[in-house]
Design a protein. Structure first.
Length: 140
């Protein structure tokens, strides 16, 4: 059924074009091979994200988080601030289309304690599941 494949092909082509348009100022999704990073690496990555995506910055004071986003790549960067138990840490989430389904890629890094970071990471995994369910519900 070509009619059913055409929307998926258009979506794939649009995603490819958006990724290509991101070009030279694309932000690395996984800048380090291990989730445990140094404070200097955390600071450097935050500075890079702020430089590239600073206009999108949102501060969530009550959650002790600051977030940035790149609408072209559908990527969100969530950094802890000083009063967050997992600080310094960040989570990167990216909405992707895989096999006609919306999915969320997630990765995280921490320079503090592992247990609070694990709790933060699990919280965002739950949010991803809720987001997928919401998208599925809307697409019915």
């Amino acid at each position: 059924m070509p009619g059913l494949r055409a929307p998926a092909a258009r979506i794939a082509a649009a995603l490819a074009a958006l990724l290509a348009a991101a070009g030279a100022r694309a932000q690395e999704f996984q800048p380090y091979p291990s989730p445990k990073v140094t404070i200097e690496q955390w600071q450097r990555y935050l500075a890079t994200v702020r430089e590239i995506h600073g206009r999108s910055m949102e501060i969530f004071k009550d959650q002790h988080l600051v977030a940035f986003n790149n609408p072209q790549t559908r990527t969100f960067y969530i950094f802890t601030t000083k009063d967050h138990p997992a600080h310094p840490a960040w989570i990167t989430r990216q909405l992707v289309e895989e096999g006609g389904q919306v999915n969320v890629r997630q990765i995280g890094f921490f320079a503090g304690e592992q247990e609070p970071f694990d709790a933060l990471f699990r919280d965002y995994l739950r949010r991803n599941e809720a987001l997928r369910s919401d998208v599925e519900r809307r697409n019915r």
